[in-house]
Design a protein. Structure first.
Length: 164
């Protein structure tokens, strides 16, 4: 009986759980172009290209707006300010829609994406959002080492489901 219990507990801990929450972009906005504003705190290099590809796949053009934040401000690992840095890069007046993001990596032999937030705003407020989160940083699941594209493509497809 003890062996069976230990085996079941080991099996349950090996199963990583992924949480994805999405408020999709409504087709009524008829978005054709989005400015992706850089979050200078995000060090997940593949994230922005995967987001841009997701937008393109749903027939939305994008322009990347580079941050002007001083590198000294970028340093530090205080998670409390992650969402602040989502909006720190201003979008030009020509951008009717803006995409902001934040992401965090974890480490287990190598780094891997464990959480990401994506928000789309018009000039007044957030109109769509998505959150990807590896519960318990992925536990013992081998799926946690999947690439950013494998993790974020389905999130982008759900976020932009009304744009085909």
């Amino acid at each position: 009986m003890i062996k069976k219990t230990v085996f079941m507990m080991a099996g349950l801990s090996a199963v990583g759980c992924t949480s994805v929450t999405v408020q999709p972009l409504d087709a009524a906005y008829n978005v054709k172009h989005i400015c992706i504003t850089e979050n200078p705190k995000v060090i997940v290099d593949e994230l922005v290209p995967v987001i841009a590809e997701g937008l393109s796949r749903h027939h939305i053009e994008s322009t990347f707006i580079q941050s002007t934040v001083d590198n000294a401000i970028r340093s530090g690992d205080d998670q409390r300010y992650d969402h602040y840095f989502m909006g720190v890069t201003p979008a030009p007046d020509s951008c009717d829609y803006r995409l902001t993001y934040t992401a965090r990596q974890s480490w287990d032999f190598t780094t891997y994406l464990c959480t990401a937030d994506i928000e789309i705003s018009d000039r007044r407020s957030v109109i769509a959002r998505a959150n990807y989160h590896l519960v318990g940083n992925g536990g013992l699941s081998l799926m946690k080492w999947q690439g950013v594209k494998t993790k974020i493509d389905p999130v982008m497809d759900e976020l932009l489901q009304f744009y085909r």
